[in-house]
Design a protein. Structure first.
Length: 416
C-alpha cells in the first residue's frame, strides 16, 4: 500500500494530482483545508500488490511508503518534531469517506476553524534558523522492501514471475531459493542450464505436492467443498462425466438445497448423463441416503452448499457431513481470489479433513498466486485443474509441469 499527500490551491487541482500520480484506482483517505494558506491537502492510497497480511512485512504501518523515492521525499519534506507536537491528533474516523460521513453536515469553507495558538517560547525557538539541523532517521516501516538476492539470474526471473502472479513474497522467495539451489548443483555437474519453464517446474515440484486421488474413485465418496462461486457444481459435473465415460454409473448427491436454482443447475448436467440426482438437506438425511445405496454401487459424488470460512457453525455442519459420509473432501477454489483469503479458506477446510485442491477458472484469470498460497498454507495436494466451463472438457490432472506452463504463459514467457 502506497500513501501520498498532495497539496494544491484548490480541491480540484489536488484531486487531479492524485489522479496523475496514482491513477484511477487511488483511494482517498482524507482531505483537509489549511485556513492559514487557503490550500487543500489530499491524502490518497494505492494498493500496489503487497503481501497484505500473508507475512510480517516491513510496510505494515498505515503510512508506509513502498519505494526509495517515496522514502527520500518523506525525509526531505517531513515536519520537524516541534510542528508535529503543535498539531491536534488527526480524527482518522472522521477522515474516512463513508456513507455516514457524507451524510453529516460539513463545516462551510467560509468559516474555517480557528488556528491553535502556538506558545511564544516555542515560536522563538523556531525562529532561530542558525542552529544545525540533524536529519531525521527513517522509521523501519518507511524503508523499501529488501528483495532477495539470488545467485542465479534464472532463479530471480522465476521469483519475479511468481510475484507478478500475486504470490506472497515469503512463498515466492522459498520457491526461488529451491530453484537457486538446484541451479548451483546443475552448474557443479557442468550441465546445461535449464529453461525458465523447467526451472519453475522444478521449484513447484520441490515445494508442493501433486496427487490425484485416483484410489478414491470407487472406494470413498468425494465431496466438493469451497466458498461461494468457486465452481463446485461444475467440478462435480465434470467428475461425473469422467466416471460415465469410464463405464461407471456414479451416484450424485447434492446437499445445496437452499440456494435458488442450485438443484436445477446440477440436475441439468445429470439429466444429460442419465444420472438420477439425489438430495439431502441435513447430516441425518445424508446418512440415511448413503445407507440405502446398494453395496455394489460405483462412485459417490456429493455437492455441498458454499461455506463461509468465518461462520464456525457452517464449518461445523460441513465437518459433520464429511464425517457421516466418510468422504474425501476436495477443496474447489477459483483462481483470482485474494491470496490471504485463499489461505484462510484452505486452512479452515483443512480442519474438516480436506487434503486436495481443485483449481478452477484458470481460463478466466491471469494471476494464480492465490492458488499457490492456498496449497502452501493449507498443506494441500494439487489434484485437478479446471481450464474450461464446458463439462465435456473435463478436469486436467495437476502436475508441476502443467502448473509451470500456466504461470509462464500468463506471464508472457515462452516454452523455450
Amino acid at each position: 500500500m502506497r500513501i501520498k499527500s498532495f497539496t494544491a490551491a484548490s480541491m480540484g487541482e489536488a484531486m487531479e494530482q492524485v489522479k496523475q500520480a496514482l491513477g484511477e484506482d487511488a483511494i482517498i483517505v482524507s482531505t483537509r483545508e489549511n485556513p492559514d494558506t487557503g490550500t487543500f491537502r489530499v491524502t490518497a492510497a494505492l494498493d500496489d500488490g503487497g503481501d497484505d497480511g500473508y507475512e510480517e512485512a516491513l510496510d505494515d504501518h498505515p503510512a508506509a511508503l513502498r519505494d526509495t523515492g517515496d522514502a527520500a521525499e518523506y525525509e526531505a519534506t517531513a515536519p520537524e518534531p516541534e510542528d508535529m507536537d503543535d498539531e491536534d491528533p488527526p480524527d482518522l474516523d472522521g477522515m474516512l469517506l463513508t456513507p455516514e460521513s457524507l451524510a453529516r453536515p460539513q463545516q462551510p469553507a467560509s468559516e474555517p476553524a480557528p488556528a491553535k495558538q502556538k506558545p511564544k517560547a516555542k515560536a522563538k525557538a523556531k525562529a532561530d534558523d542558525t542552529a544545525p539541523q540533524r536529519p531525521r532517521p527513517l522509521p523501519d516501516w518507511v524503508r523499501a522492501h529488501e528483495e532477495p538476492e539470488f545467485i542465479h539470474h534464472l532463479a530471480d526471473s522465476c521469483y519475479s514471475l511468481l510475484i507478478d502472479h500475486g504470490t506472497p513474497r515469503r512463498l515466492a522467495r522459498v520457491i526461488g531459493d529451491k530453484i537457486d539451489e538446484e541451479l548451483a548443483r546443475v552448474r557443479a555437474r557442468h550441465e546445461a542450464e535449464p529453461s525458465i519453464l523447467n526451472a519453475l517446474s522444478y521449484g513447484l515440484g520441490r515445494h508442493f505436492s501433486f496427487q490425484t486421488p485416483a484410489e478414491l474413485w470407487t472406494e470413498r465418496p468425494l465431496i466438493m467443498v469451497g466458498p461461494h462461486g468457486s465452481g463446485k457444481t461444475l467440478a462435480l459435473a465434470k467428475m461425473a462425466a469422467r466416471s460415465v465415460l469410464r463405464g461407471l454409473q456414479p451416484v450424485v448427491i447434492t446437499t445445496d438445497v437452499v440456494r435458488a436454482g442450485a438443484i436445477e443447475q446440477l440436475a441439468a448436467f445429470t439429466r444429460i448423463m442419465g444420472i438420477d440426482l439425489k438430495t439431502a438437506d441435513e447430516p441425518a438425511s445424508l446418512q440415511e441416503l448413503l445407507q440405502s445405496l446398494p453395496e455394489e454401487r460405483h462412485q459417490v459424488l456429493i455437492d455441498t452448499a458454499a461455506v463461509n470460512p468465518f461462520d464456525q457453525e457452517a464449518v461445523d455442519l460441513l465437518g459433520e457431513m464429511v464425517a457421516i459420509a466418510k468422504a474425501e473432501p476436495m477443496i474447489v477454489l477459483a483462481a483470482g481470489t485474494d491470496p490471504v483469503e485463499a489461505g484462510t479458506i484452505a486452512t479452515t477446510l483443512r480442519a474438516v479433513g480436506a487434503r486436495h485442491l481443485i483449481a478452477t477458472r484458470l481460463d478466466a484469470t491471469t494471476r494464480f498466486g492465490s492458488l499457490l498460497a492456498a496449497a502452501d498454507l493449507g498443506r494441500l495436494h494439487f489434484a485437478y485443474l479446471g481450464r474450461s466451463t464446458s463439462v465435456t472438457a473435463g478436469l486436467q490432472e495437476a502436475q508441476p509441469e502443467t502448473l509451470a506452463e500456466l504461470l509462464a504463459a500468463k506471464g508472457g514467457v515462452s516454452r523455450s
